[in-house]
Design a binder for this molecule. Sequence first.
Ligand code: DAH
Length: 341
Amino acid sequence: MKEQLEVIQKRALAAITATESAAELEGLRVRYLGKKGELTALLKQMGKLSPEERPMMGQLANQVRAELEAALESQSAALDAKAMDEKLAAETVDVTIPGKKVALGHKHPMYTALDEFKEIFLNMGFEIFDGPEVEQADYNFTKLNTPDDHPAREWTDTFYLTEDSRILLRTQTSPMQIRAMEEHGVPIRMISPGRVYRKDEVDATHSPMFHQIEGLVVDKGITMADLKGTLNAVIREIYGPETKTRFRPHHFPFTEPSCEVDIQCHKCGGKGCPTCKGEGWIEALGAGMVHPKVLRGCGVDPDVYSGFAFGFGLERLAMGRFKISDLRLIFENDIRFLEQF
Ligand code: DAH
């Protein structure tokens, strides 16, 4: 039995030091030390030995087991270290190779203009409202005091989404005056930027989709002087402190009185040039005192409250701000154009 033990010991040790993987090593552990392993099988035969031989053989067997366990452990550590070395060698990184350049985008010039605009109004205590582009004709027209036979309601001008002309793509951000008063109540100071849609052919100044920024102020004692003062302050903030403005009478169904606001041409200083089409002035926005019917429709008493509203064209604002001559450039998203801002 002693010889058998020594044979197992020799063979096992040789096999262990020759292993090249953890799986192989585990196989050997099972083969020699496992429940059905060779050493275990041999130990089961101890019963056959004489009582004198038994303690000596027992001691020897334990010694062999301990030796094999130690050998397994140190081989396992050696294999781990080897695997780590190989991994490190394979994953070497050359930190001196130049990196790949990531092309970073930046804000579209129209949104730069919009952010500047929002900042000006936030500083004056206005809130910003967001509203739906798919709108009810009721909000886009009726509640804005627009008569049933108004030309803007024509199917040739407006994108309707239902046969009964009740749902449409909003043609202006003005319905947000109604929504804001209904949701928020008065007093209110708000602006609401967003997309609007009209059946227009694309050219240098038209697009079937464009952006407006609506504004509304309602409080006790608001007058035309507040309208002029506020809009002049905003325009001078955007276009420079020397900018001259002109308020021209106009008509909008939802304001009374109504006006259009022009700014003196920044190119020619008012003499007349191609940019202002010889006029000396460039139209900047529509505005007016909120019509009493509109206030009443929103549950606001026009004998107590009054207000003014205005609507800027965002593209026009950005074109003036960045001296862009053609509206199409704003929508085409040609990188060579956008990268200039
Ligand atoms: N919604 C008008 C348009 O699209 C612009 C406008 C005019 C808005 C007067 C207003 C306003 O709030 O008071 O032509």
